[in-house]
Design a protein around this ligand. Structure first.
Ligand SMILES: C[S@@+](CC[C@H](N)C(=O)[O-])C[C@H]1O[C@@H](n2cnc3c(N)ncnc32)[C@H](O)[C@@H]1O
Length: 264
């Protein structure tokens, strides 16, 4: 089965706990050139108000909430769900037992809630993992209250192209790594969400990485789907290539193509 949407593989290996996702978030946090913080920008788009019932599914390590924890209304109830119990546990640890959050394991294709329960629903960087995306989108629509809003961020096809090229050059790029945006990306999000929502708005966040530390990039590569063992010699070759790039140009530039998708 395709590892992108193999739920057993995702639950038991890739997202068993927060470490792989965290290596990727750290690279963005440390080397992004846009001075605005991506998770603060995204939080502003949610337009949250005190007392709103909110749900995030595929919550991962809870980075959007952790980044904005001090800005959250005192009265807020956020239900955090993830397919992986370990990942929900990582989010709980990061949010430091904040009483506004509760955590559970659940599949977005079968949400354990009645209809119209939430004012805001987040499903960021997760729909491309789901076997039946249309079913998931119907579920997200169903649990939203009338007038409620979904945020389902994702990447576009050219996201981190230079990293893909680097991995190709050293025999590390498996074909499925290209398929995230083909399953659910900024290009096809309007059609996919449009099956269940009347309005869909794609809001890109313009940014790139300027990576000045080889080790952080290797940690990122190691964390990605399906890449556990480097072919013999590949790690040394990539290290030498990135070191040379940093020495010559001061850093390795990787363009991003990512953004929020709002639907209501
Ligand atoms: C790339 S992470 C995104 C984390 C977080 N939303 C963020 O923006 O940082 C994808 C998450 O989706 C979860 N996931 C994958 N399939 C899922 C499903 N069917 N239902 C719920 N969560 C799922 C994974 O366990 C993982 O934690």
């Amino acid at each position: 089965m395709d590892p992108i949407s193999d739920q057993e593989y995702l639950k038991k290996e890739q997202y068993r706990q927060g470490d792989h996702l965290d290596a990727r978030i750290q690279l963005h946090r440390r080397f992004s050139v846009n001075p605005s913080n991506y998770f603060e920008w995204m939080y502003d788009l949610l337009d949250l108000r005190a007392g709103m019932p909110v749900m995030e599914v595929g919550c991962g390590t809870g980075e959007i909430w952790h980044t904005n924890q001090r800005r959250l209304p005192a009265e807020l109830q956020v239900t955090m769900l993830d397919l992986s119990t370990g990942m929900a546990g990582s989010a709980r640890a990061v949010l430091n037992s904040d009483a506004r959050f509760d955590f559970a394991a659940a599949d977005v294709q079968r949400l354990p809630f009645s209809t119209g329960q939430f004012e805001r629903v987040l499903a960021n960087y997760m729909l491309y993992h789901v076997p039946d995306i249309s079913l998931a989108v119907r579920e997200l629509r169903r649990v939203l209250a009338p007038g409620g809003r979904l945020c389902a961020a994702t990447n576009s096809a050219g996201h981190m192209q230079e990293l893909g090229d680097l991995m190709n050059r050293f025999g590390l790029m498996r074909s499925e790594l290209h398929d995230f945006a083909a399953r659910y990306g900024l290009e096809n999000a309007p059609a996919i969400l449009g099956e269940s929502f009347e309005h869909v708005e794609v809001i890109p966040f313009i940014d790139s990485l300027f990576v000045t530390e080889t080790r952080a990039l290797l940690d990122y590569i190691r964390s990605m789907v399906g890449i556990w063992d480097f072919p013999p010699g590949a790690q040394e070759e990539i290290t030498a290539w990135v070191n040379a790039e940093i020495q010559t140009n001061g850093g390795f530039t990787i363009h991003k193509a990512s953004g929020a998708v709002l639907a209501w």
